[in-house]
Design a protein around this ligand. Structure first.
Ligand code: SF4
Length: 277
């Protein structure tokens, strides 16, 4: 237990790490406690998509910072990126009465609630704070209204929504130097192609209370988990997509299935892949 990172104060939980634990505690251990990640198994297609998605996030950051986006014709995914950036600029014309904080990181610690949120964009307005998250993964071919509705509902109840809204409310006063009510906070998921809001969440005291309790219970569950009791059979359905499939089962990741699975790609921790390069 002495060397178990879970118990170190500097170990912060993110939506990715909590979700990984829920998929498989061993995967969480390997990825977050032992620092082993996707490097050796990632496919070219996932790498290509991750590069385009990451470049969009980088260019969006530059746009909100007011500097050159760096979009050049030789870049991987140029056509997609220019279309997405145009959509971003027309959907988010910057105004002088708002403060834009792109790629903004917030951390908090309250007992076992040690959390980190990495926001794509936080917008401070006179009447409140908005969180924006860019969803660039997945195939935009299946943009049927019912798909969006399902996706929106899933996003509203996602761990990302819980972590982002909870952390922002807890730290809002530090960000804006004034009291912020839950009702002053909203979160949006935005897809650039075609440009649309996938989900909008209006925060409230009641939701904040629920999120706090749910996150605490999840984190306490991770802290109390006894790895001696790990039973691989319980998590078998996740092995196919897991980078440790070779280690655990002597089987390779099914990349074709991975690349077809929008939910999987949406939940993939792209930043962790980047760290390995
Ligand atoms: S391969 Fe299966 S059992 Fe092994 S870490 Fe991944 S999900 Fe868990």
């Amino acid at each position: 237990m002495n060397n178990d990172l879970r118990f170190f104060n500097y170990f912060l939980f993110t939506q990715y790490s909590i979700s990984t634990f829920e998929k498989c505690p061993l995967k969480f251990k390997k990825r977050y406690l032992e620092g082993i990640k996707w490097k050796s198994v990632i496919s070219e297609e996932i790498k290509r998509r991750s590069d385009i998605g990451r470049n969009f996030h980088l260019m969006a950051r530059r746009y909100f910072l007011g500097i050159d986006t760096g979009l050049t014709s030789g870049i991987e995914g140029y056509e997609e990126l220019s279309k997405w950036l145009e959509a971003l600029k027309s959907h988010f014309p910057k105004t002088d009465d708002a403060l834009y904080l792109p790629e903004y990181k917030l951390r908090m610690a309250k007992g076992t609630l040690r959390l980190e949120a990495n926001f794509d964009l936080v917008v401070i307005k006179n009447d409140g704070i908005e969180i924006w998250d860019w969803k660039t993964q997945g195939k935009s071919k299946s943009n049927k209204p019912w798909d969006d509705k399902q996706k929106g509902e899933r996003l509203k109840g996602s761990l990302q929504t819980m972590v982002y809204l909870f952390v922002l409310k807890e730290q809002a006063q530090r960000v804006v130097q004034r009291e912020i009510e839950c009702s002053d906070i909203r979160m949006f998921y935005w897809h650039p192609d075609p440009a649309r809001i996938l989900a909008e969440i209006n925060y409230s005291d009641e939701i904040h209370e629920q999120f706090g309790q749910a996150l605490k219970s999840k984190i306490d569950g991770i802290l109390q988990y006894d790895y001696e009791s790990f039973d691989k059979e319980l998590y078998k359905k996740n092995c196919l997509y897991c980078e440790f499939n070779w280690f655990c089962n002597n089987e390779r990741v099914d990349f074709q299935a991975v690349e077809e699975d929008e939910d999987f790609l949406e939940e993939l921790d792209w930043d962790s892949i980047e760290e390995l390069r």
